[in-house]
Design a protein around this ligand. Sequence first.
Ligand SMILES: *[C@@H]1O[C@H](CO)[C@@H](O)[C@H](O)[C@H]1NC(C)=O
Ligand SMILES: *[C@@H]1O[C@H](CO)[C@@H](O)[C@H](O)[C@H]1NC(C)=O
Ligand SMILES: *[C@@H]1O[C@H](CO)[C@@H](O)[C@H](O)[C@H]1NC(C)=O
Ligand SMILES: *[C@@H]1O[C@H](CO)[C@@H](O)[C@H](O)[C@H]1NC(C)=O
Ligand SMILES: *[C@@H]1O[C@H](CO)[C@@H](O)[C@H](O)[C@H]1NC(C)=O
Length: 470
Amino acid sequence: MVFSYGRVLTAAFALMGTAAAVSTLEVDGKDFVNSNTKERFQIIGVDYQPGGESGFSAKKDPLSQPDACLRDATLMQQLGINTIRVYNIEPTLDHNECASIFDAAGIYMILDVNSPYSTGSLNRAKPWTSYNAGYYEQVFGVIEAFKAFDNVLGFFAGNEVINEDATYSAPAYVRAVVRDMKQYIKNNVDRTIPVGYSAADVRDILMDTATYFECTLSNSTESSADFFGLNSYSWCGDATYTSSGYNVLTEDFSNATLPVFFSEYGCNEVTPRTFSEVQALYGEDMTQAFSGGLVYEWTQEDNNYGLVNINSSSVVTTLVDFDNLKKQFNKLDMDRISTANSTQTSISAPECAADLITSSDFYNAWDLPAAPSKVSDYIKSGLPDAPTGSVVSVTSTSLSQTVYDYTGAQITGLTFKILSDDESAGPSGTNSSSSSTGTSTSTSNAAMINGAPLALGGISGFFMLLASLM
Ligand SMILES: *[C@@H]1O[C@H](CO)[C@@H](O)[C@H](O)[C@H]1NC(C)=O
Ligand SMILES: *[C@@H]1O[C@H](CO)[C@@H](O)[C@H](O)[C@H]1NC(C)=O
Ligand SMILES: *[C@@H]1O[C@H](CO)[C@@H](O)[C@H](O)[C@H]1NC(C)=O
Ligand SMILES: *[C@@H]1O[C@H](CO)[C@@H](O)[C@H](O)[C@H]1NC(C)=O
Ligand SMILES: *[C@@H]1O[C@H](CO)[C@@H](O)[C@H](O)[C@H]1NC(C)=O
């Protein structure tokens, strides 16, 4: 690598005043924490899947459409979320504007590396047929497209792969994907990006699934998951902590050694949704086991889970569920929610052993398949010819769309708010404080280049820029 200070400095100064970036998050025991302030980070999020879940078309990759991203990020700031999850990513498209918009908004992204594409996911019935280099062009392609962005919270290696239709040894394949991704990141990305798994709420195998991914293997230390998502729809209408079974989940995950969160929630059997589960999810009991969750889902689709309706490319309507959810978020006590608890961060996972698995139907060996040789080459030297993303400056803050609320009244005066460095988004209610504002320390702004300290004036995107220059 030939390194030019002059080139880097010029580029760094060119960024000043335009690029704001969040602090990266890291995993500490069962908590996500802000790498800068060390505050606990709980996910207050929505699943972002405009266009719905069935089939695949490039049009459904929501992070490839900047006008829609600016519109949605602006409305998400109104709602008060800090994270989105995105499922349908086509790695060869340009995601730089959208990823930079969410970064500037203080909104983190959890990205599924699988896609509904023909070679874009593991075949749960015969995983050995899809565990190959073609599949990894999708998986590593997503990492390449997004590795430059500080607001990538993590990657999901799989979503609901392990279910009743999955073959017995499927867990070993998914854990191998976690391993391969973590090794890829270690060799080809200049920071650690957590990798996790998102499970269906199939209670019979839920805890075995979590155990299978979290336990440590001395012969494959990189294969354990960094976090665990759970898609849960058990709280409908006026349910309670007990009737929904949330109490059981809390008890079950009380000994988890990694961050656990709802990767989807928001039952719609009773409409409109009032989201009373929000107070339970972020309440004193559950936050000892869970790190928040993501409401399913941002846009109204055929399955009727939307918070907003996209009437057309120029008109959008916030639905009554949007208002109901916002009211719930605004009641949250953000100071409590962001307080780190050392009991939760000073824990470690057990060593994998067959007797940790309780169901005889669940795979209880960790003989992970070895990566095919072409995949090993990718892991070692990077996916060849993959487009690598980079941060761009976000200048536009006004919306071109007309926005109505659910009563039909037009919402005016909406502008996109570019947060200052290290600030993150969240609810704006009376009980919420933007506690991360102004807490950045001077050490966080001092970067080291080849051992030489360099004052950067808080440009968090700098390392990413650096990466893109090398
Ligand atoms: C959690 O760990 C404690 C202490 O080891 C144990 O008593 C309890 O049964 C465990 N709970 C679960 C749900 O495994
Ligand atoms: C910290 O976490 C532990 C274990 O989850 C819990 O028992 C304790 O009550 C928590 N403390 C606070 C102040 O929340
Ligand atoms: C937009 O969609 C909403 C929800 O379906 C509907 O109530 C509203 O009438 C539509 N508005 C326009 C301007 O089409
Ligand atoms: C703010 O939080 C406190 C403590 O959690 C709670 O007692 C109070 O009701 C909350 N206030 C509002 C307006 O929600
Ligand atoms: C690694 O250890 C696990 C657990 O003991 C075992 O199931 C697996 O076969 C071992 N893998 C290799 C490659 O030795």
